[in-house]
Design a protein around this ligand. Sequence first.
Ligand code: SAM
Length: 281
Amino acid sequence: MKVIENYIHGKNPIEKEALRLKIQAKNLKPHIWKNVDLNFFNLDASKPFLELGCGVAAQTKDLLEKLPYNISIYGVDVDPVQIKFAKKELKNKRCSFHVMDGRYLNYPNNFFCGAYVSWVLEHMTYNDSIRCLKELRRTIANGGTIMINTSYLEPKKSLIIKNKLSRFPTSCEKFLQLLLEWQRKKRKNSNLAARKNIFDILLKSGFKKEDISYNLKEMEFKTKEEISSWAEVIMKLFQSTAFQMNELDPNILHEIKQELDNSIYHSWHFGQVIAKIKKNK
Ligand SMILES: C[S@@+](CC[C@H](N)C(=O)[O-])C[C@H]1O[C@@H](n2cnc3c(N)ncnc32)[C@H](O)[C@@H]1O
C-alpha cells in the first residue's frame, strides 16, 4: 500500500495530535452540522457509511450521534498509528476502523450508502483528491450522498483576527504566508487551499454540477469564551504545522500567542460540499 508522505501534522506525537483534533472537532461541530438535512442523504441501513480520513476518530463520535442508530460506520485512514488510537478511543459496535488509502479503496462497487470527508482533501495533491473522489463514486451506491468539509488556509483569505490595533495581526498573517511558501517549496502532496479548487476536483471525478451543493460556512467568535476557545484551535493548528518547518523562527509562535490573547474578534470560513452520487444504469 502506498502511504501518504510528508503529512503536514505527521511528526507530532499521537497524543498531542489527538488532543488537537478533538478540540478542533468540538469547536467546529455546531458549524459543520448547522443546516445539514440528513433526510436528503438517502441513508440505507443495509450498507455502511464511510468516514474517509477519520484520523483518531475525533469526528466519528459526532457521526454516531448524527446518523440514525441503525447505520454502521467504517472509519478509514491511511495512517496506522491514528487508526490504532481510534480503535482504543471509540469502542462502539456500530463502528469499525480500517487502515487504507482512500486512493485505492479495497471495497466492492456500491458497498457504502454515503461518505463523510472532513479536513482531508487539504492533505493530498489535486490529482490524488480526484483519485479519492473517483473511488468514493465507485464504492458508494447510486443515490448516496457525500459530505466534504474543506478549509482554505491562505493568508488574508479565511482567517480574520482583529485586535485593538490592527485588523490583521501581523504574526498570524506572516505565519500563514511562510507556511504557504514552505509548502510550495517542500511539499508536493498537500493542498492547503483545497477549498479553492473543490469544484474542479468534483467535476473531474465525475460529479455533475447539478448534483453538487456548496456552502461557504462563516464562523464568528465574539465573546471572550468563544475567542479563547477558537484561539486554542488556531494555536494548536499552527504549532502542529510549525513542528515540521525546521527553518521557522521559534519566536513567531510566541508572537502569535500574544496576538491571539489580545484579540477581540475572530472569524473563519470553510467550504462544505454535499454531493449526490448518480450512476448511469
Ligand atoms: C487533518 S486530519 C483530519 C482527521 C479527521 N477527519 C478529523 O477531522 O479529526 C487528515 C486525515 O487525513 C488522512 N489522510 C490523508 N491522506 C489520506 C489518504 N490518501 N487516504 C486516507 N486517509 C488519508 C490523514 O492520515 C489524517 O488522518
